[in-house]
Design a protein around this ligand. Structure first.
Ligand SMILES: [Zn+2]
Length: 315
């Protein structure tokens, strides 16, 4: 009897060992996302300037994390669970401290499709007060519409994880001797834009309120965005991580290109509306002067102009 029990114990132990070994092997197969430490304890992966597809794993947005005394805060999880896992692996390559917060800068798939990779970490998911509604409204469409470009293998794992903590106005998260100041913005790029400011290093994660090189994308309000730019420019940041594009180290000068493009849309579309030029005609040629200055201009300019025309028409 005792022998049988010992054998059973041994078998269970061997099974456990095999499972642990397999899990470790699986974990080690995940190659950590390449990160750049842009300031002490602030790590960023700069995504490719591209549209999301199966070849780039949806890894087109800038994602990052901040390491504090007692834990880690993640800023955006990327465009697939695969990317999210690689981000988690990159965190684990730096520290064993717990991931306490997973912050979403806004609802777009390239920023939140990796959320499920952090479900088991015990972290709070943090987002703008409008984010739950935005996810509920747009989420099913996102899950469906990205299947073609991303493929079933990547998309089947994606789960929309709504925030457990929401922000209206501002909220300070304490990572242990390190404060992150979160600001929920009035409608601009989307109606749920949230920025993250690391007080210790004056690093601002601007999310998609700032695009560099990648043409800005309007999914909220052109008028609102132009208004937000002044407040954004007033942040005393030593460096700014845009949602897309390289690190900005001169602030607010780093806003100039985006402001010029958005100003151009507002000016030329208002002019077209005043002259009675119909939307379909106006959007074809609006801000042609900007076309050589941005990546992905053909992919987004007409869409931006169409949304902005509809908004400005009712001013
Ligand atoms: Zn976005």
């Amino acid at each position: 009897m005792r022998l049988m029990r010992s054998i059973r114990c041994l078998a269970a132990a061997l099974l456990l060992l095999a499972w642990v070994t397999a899990a470790a092997a699986a974990a080690s197969r995940i190659s950590p996302l390449s990160m750049r430490e842009v300031a002490p304890g602030v790590f960023v992966h700069f995504g490719r300037i591209a549209l999301m597809n199966r070849d780039n794993d949806g890894a087109i947005a800038n994602v990052g994390f901040v390491v504090g005394g007692t834990g880690v805060a993640v800023v955006d999880t990327g465009g697939s669970v695969d990317e999210g896992r690689r981000l988690l692996a990159a965190i684990r390559a730096q520290t064993n401290k717990p991931v306490r917060y997973v912050i979403a800068t806004h609802m777009h798939p390239d920023h939140v499709f990796g959320n499920a990779a952090f479900s088991e970490t015990g972290a709070e998911f943090v987002g703008h007060a409008h984010l739950p509604r935005a996810m509920a409204t747009h989420g099913p469409h996102y899950l469906e519409s990205f299947r073609d470009a991303m493929g079933a293998a990547l998309m089947d794992e994606v789960k929309l994880v709504p925030p457990t903590v929401t922000v209206s106005g501002t909220l300070v998260l304490d990572l242990g001797d390190r404060r992150l100041s979160l600001t929920a913005w009035p409608t601009a790029h989307t109606d749920n834009d949230l920025t993250v400011f690391d007080e210790a290093t004056k690093t601002l994660f601007a999310g998609d309120l700032l695009f560099v090189h990648h043409v800005p994308v309007i999914d909220g309000s052109l008028i609102g965005w132009l208004k937000d730019l002044d407040a954004l420019a007033a942040v005393s940041a030593a460096r700014v991580v845009p949602g897309h594009g390289p690190l900005v180290t001169a602030w607010p000068q780093g806003l100039a290109d985006e402001r010029r493009y958005l100003d151009c849309l507002a000016r030329e579309l208002r002019d077209a509306i005043r002259r009675g030029i119909p939307m379909a005609t106006a959007v074809e040629s609006v801000c042609a002067s900007e076309s050589d200055r941005w990546a992905l201009f053909p992919e987004y300019n007409i869409r931006n102009a169409t949304a902005a025309y509809a908004e400005l028409e009712w001013e």
